[in-house]
Design a protein around this ligand. Sequence first.
Ligand SMILES: [Zn+2]
Length: 74
Amino acid sequence: MFERFDRPVRCKDGHLFTTIWVPFASAKALRLVDHRFQRCPVGHHWTSVWPLDPSTADPADLARAGEVHDIHIP
Ligand SMILES: [Zn+2]
């Protein structure tokens, strides 16, 4: 059974949203594990995003990130 890896993330411009984040998906991605380049659904731009750590991030930031997902599940 495939498990989803939803993670709250923050883009370079400070936008908060949730995306699918699969850590260690491949050896090639290892060196990019701390951030990655992808489309931001809040600012509608390509940017670098960093995952938020739920144990240390501001709860308000996590709540805002949870309101926007880059993939809309029906
Ligand atoms: Zn953004």
